[in-house]
Write a protein that binds this ligand. Structure first.
Ligand code: IMP
Length: 200
């Protein structure tokens, strides 16, 4: 085993995972690098099921150890929504990230602030033909009513880290990659990867 497939088609996640995993001395490849086109239906009952389904499908299709992330944003004033459905949180098909942010802010109108929230990420690491291992990470913050910043992806421009007074989209990638939900999940995944790839 010498290559790790970053099993996602989300460009924002690919960039962050490449940066988070670069110190490991493991060759990282993306689905595009190996000409793999695979869409996995995210119909699991929770993050773990979806992450495991994605990692296993990519491992099966590529023959490579595959790392998938299933993540979402849980907003307390929306009873934990959009959560597992964060990527599809809009009544209209074809909506984009900006539409979803606007829709979230519409749904929060009239609700008392602060709109506390957290991001969650579950990472699954699948070996072709078998074993799947799961780890996770969280990051707390609050939703703000106006977008700030141009970095990151998804809900980053409206997700404030109160202790820094910056949104996720105002952070440099290396800052986001020190404290995000995905960074914390990757930290928990590193011993598993080192073990699988025989790194000390
Ligand atoms: P999924 O893991 O493919 O189901 O997609 C997770 C969705 O959650 C993304 O499409 C984003 O909308 C949102 N999300 C996950 N992580 C982040 C993040 O780091 N920043 C902003 N939005 C995120």
């Amino acid at each position: 085993m010498n290559k790790l497939l970053i099993a996602t088609n989300n460009k924002g996640k690919v960039k962050e995972l490449q940066d988070l995993l670069k110190g490991l001395d493991i060759e990282l490849v993306t689905p595009t690098d190996i000409g793999l086109k695979l869409e996995v239906e995210e119909d699991g009952a929770n993050y773990e099921e979806n992450a495991a389904k994605k990692a296993s499908a990519f491992a099966q299709a590529s023959g490579l150890v595959s790392l998938a992330d299933d993540s979402g944003l849980e907003v307390d004033a929306l009873d934990g929504a959009p959560g597992l459905h964060s990527a599809r949180y809009h009544p209209k098909p074809g909506a984009n990230d900006a539409d979803r942010r606007a829709y979230m802010l519409e749904n929060l109108q009239g609700k008392p602030r602060p709109w506390t929230a957290h991001f969650h990420a579950t990472i699954a690491i699948a070996v072709p033909g078998g074993n799947v291992q799961l780890v996770d990470g969280n990051c707390r913050g609050e939703i703000i009513p106006e977008e700030r910043g141009t970095g990151g992806f998804g809900y980053d421009p409206i997700f404030l880290l109160p202790e820094l007074n910056k949104t996720m989209a105002e952070l440099e990638m290396d800052e986001k990659n020190r404290l995000s939900h995905r960074a914390r999940a990757v930290m928990n995944a590193i011993p598993i990867l080192k073990n699988l790839f025989g790194r000390s």
